[in-house]
Write a protein that binds this ligand. Structure first.
Ligand code: SF4
Ligand code: SF4
Length: 122
């Protein structure tokens, strides 16, 4: 790039709004259809385990915990956020949210259990 052109570019950039944001001081929202942390709706699950069968990393396990009651154990550290399980679930019991704030110092905290108990709905 010629020096004159470069100076014009520098001056133009000087007055432009930055494309980066001061995260985490500034909140942001991921775009629609973003595949972030999974959410499980136990009331919709019929325990067919199609999600388990199709998961490429073995990150999701469906456990029967009562009569027609199921919980989902998801290892968010193993999950690659492909949302295949969401597509495979015909009952819409799984959803990919826009939540990306999953960093943990203790990897055990990435193994989450979703069930009907409010205590276990991370
Ligand atoms: S595919 Fe859906 S309904 Fe079937 S076990 Fe998984 S979450 Fe439950
Ligand atoms: S999003 Fe992909 S990797 Fe994660 S649990 Fe679902 S199918 Fe498995």
């Amino acid at each position: 790039m010629k020096p004159g052109r470069m100076i014009i570019e520098v001056m133009r950039s000087f007055f432009k709004k930055p494309v980066t944001i001061k995260y985490p001081a500034v909140a942001f929202e991921m775009p629609d259809k973003f595949r972030g942390k999974l959410k499980f709706y136990p009331e919709k699950c019929i325990g067919c385990k199609m999600c388990m069968r199709d998961c490429p990393t073995g990150a999701i396990t469906i456990n029967k915990i009562g009569d027609k009651q199921f919980e989902a154990e998801i290892d968010l550290g193993k999950c690659i956020y492909c949302a295949q399980c969401v597509d495979s679930c015909l009952k819409k019991a799984l959803e990919a949210t826009k939540d990306v704030e999953l960093a943990q110092l203790d990897s055990r905290k990435l193994k989450v259990v979703f069930n009907a108990s409010p205590k276990n709905t991370p």
